[in-house]
Design a protein around this ligand. Structure first.
Ligand code: ZN
Length: 291
């Protein structure tokens, strides 16, 4: 009896959000090259509820783009993202990490974004240790948490699929993300759940109940393609893969989450090559029918 708990999106897509990565804007030379204004207008016209931006797109125009988004009747659901906090892709020193973390928080604040996504980064070089890497992440997030709360921006720890464990995220399970949230125990620190990273995890429901809906800062939609060619840039459109989208949303909503559902599809060889108008139409149709 899923329908008793879950929201019905079949006739109401006001909870649908676009992560602009879906239109391929997050990499140079990809996508149709639409301006933020074009994206805002195209989403508003279709009745999307919110947009999540990438830091490199908004640059120094964060305040202006945030205002423009709200003027069109949309919410800024988030900003991607913090720098990697640890691991081989992080800035070279702890103070450089903190400086860039604070800079990303300032952009999120200027945008009026409700959360800043955190991809925590991979294993601390030479450590061979998940435990030590997660400990360093915890220290860095805790250090910035008060500032995030003052800025009214939630820090959204996003556990990534274990395939990213080495270089992009030593936080690979929802269990570890919930544990970190509890250990930091700060109202600004929360978790983001992305279908791509959790679709395989049968403990999702019980872990999210442990967390509670008010500490879920975002829910990201896409699909895992059975024959995926590239774990970074070959995400599927909802309905084209193997994820049990309804069950995953049921787990998120049963924990109390009532926020936006944000389509986030990195797809260098398929969706990024299409007309953004077509992509936005298909996202909306799939949201209403399979999510
Ligand atoms: Zn995500």
């Amino acid at each position: 009896m899923v329908s008793e708990i879950m929201r019905d999106f079949s006739k109401d897509h006001s909870s649908l959000a676009l992560n602009t990565a879906t239109l391929g804007h997050n990499l140079d030379g990809q996508g149709a090259g639409w301006s933020s204004e074009q994206v805002i207008d195209a989403c508003a016209k279709r009745g999307y509820g919110a947009i999540t931006y990438w830091r490199r797109e908004v640059g120094k125009r964060a305040f202006e783009i945030g205002q423009r988004t709200r003027a069109a009747g949309l919410t800024v659901s988030g900003l991607c993202r913090s720098p990697f906090l640890v691991g081989p892709l992080a800035p070279p020193t702890r103070s450089a990490v903190l400086d860039d973390f604070r800079a990303s928080l300032a952009v999120a604040s200027d945008l009026g974004a409700s959360c800043l996504t955190i991809c925590v980064g991979g294993i601390v070089p030479g450590s061979h240790s998940m435990t030590e890497s997660l400990k360093q992440v915890r220290e860095i997030v805790a250090e910035v948490a008060d500032e995030a709360q003052s800025a009214k921006v939630k820090l959204a720890l996003e556990p990534l699929h274990p395939a990213y464990g080495g270089n992009r995220s030593c936080l690979v399970t929802v269990r570890d993300a919930v544990d970190m949230c509890e250990q930091i125990a700060h109202p600004a620190v929360s978790v983001a759940i992305d279908v791509y990273h959790v679709w395989w995890d049968l403990t999702l429901g019980q872990e999210l109940l442990r967390l509670g809906g008010d500490r879920i800062a975002g829910y990201h939609l896409c699909d895992w393609l059975a024959d995926t060619q590239d774990v970074l840039l070959d995400r599927g459109m909802m309905g084209d893969g193997v994820s049990d989208l309804r069950s995953i949303r049921k787990a998120v909503e049963s924990a109390g989450y009532k926020g936006f559902c944000e389509v986030e599809i990195f797809s260098a060889h398929n969706w990024w090559k299409r007309d953004p108008n077509e992509v936005l139409d298909i996202c909306l149709e799939r949201f209403r029918t399979v999510c």
